[in-house]
Design a protein around this ligand. Sequence first.
Ligand code: FAD
Length: 288
Amino acid sequence: MTAPAISYEFFPPQNLEASFHLWDTVQTLAPMDPRFVSVTYGAGGTTRDLTRDAVATLHKSSGLNVAAHLTCVDATKAETLAIAEEFARVGVNEIVALRGDPPKGSDGFVPHPDGFANSVELIEALADTGKFTIRVGAYPDKHPEASNAQADIDWLKRKIDAGASEAITQFFFEPETFLRFRDACAAAGIDAPIIPGILPIENWKGARNFAKRCGTDIPRWLDDAFSKAERDGRTDLLATALCTELCSDLMDEGVDALHFYTLNRPELTRDVCFALGITPNVALENVA
Ligand code: FAD
């Protein structure tokens, strides 16, 4: 089986120690030759400057293809587009364009009075500049705000038609969830690639809470498996095996690209990549 194209998501470091940690993560994962790496934009736009600095530094220092996430939250249209221009100025021409979530504690997304009302407006404005490759989010388990699964897919089609070239999905736990979604997208006339978002589970409690907030279906068997693994002190083994199986099942169904949510922790993602046959691409001159 051919190894899939891979990409990695990082979050911007908030302090010096976290910066070193991100750099270690990049050093560990970069040899796997990712198609791109992306850097998130904190909920509520809270990491605006950190995201800009992180993408600029990664672009300059790692030689990787870097994509910046950008949301519509709490900013005017002019401010949001100025940030996109900043990304372009430092050489980052790939954007994951999102509506975004409000900061913790606030109810639902409320557009800024002079801001983009939704992700489609943001995508259209970015596409109009002609400067960016645009990716968007997609929700195999349905976004919690969507009235039903078909409405969610119809909205995704509008995002693609507005100028996005690919969608990256929210994480999910079972391959069928993605495969059903991929079929439904094809039936709705979406021909852009849908890249599965893969969450290697470092910490089941954290992943479970996050899944609940995102509306991601949590299968009973997974809860049981992690309970037993925690009892027996082998959660790492379980996490590696489950994530590898998920990716492998997707690849068996023709999936040729995977996007890993690394949470800036490289080991599990690296082990899964190795298990999938994605080997480090080390130049001969760098081998001692
Ligand atoms: P949209 O797809 O625009 O909206 C979400 C859903 O709501 C839609 O699927 C649709 O069903 C419904 N909807 C919204 N508006 C309308 C409308 N006008 N008409 C009809 N239906 C509508 N968040 C961050 O804050 N920072 C990040 O860096 C970040 N990165 C992410 C990366 C990926 C790959 C994904 C999948 C999510 C990411 N998120 C991030 C989370 C994201 O911001 C939230 O899920 C947010 O609630 C939705 O953003 P979106 O652009 O996907 O929204």
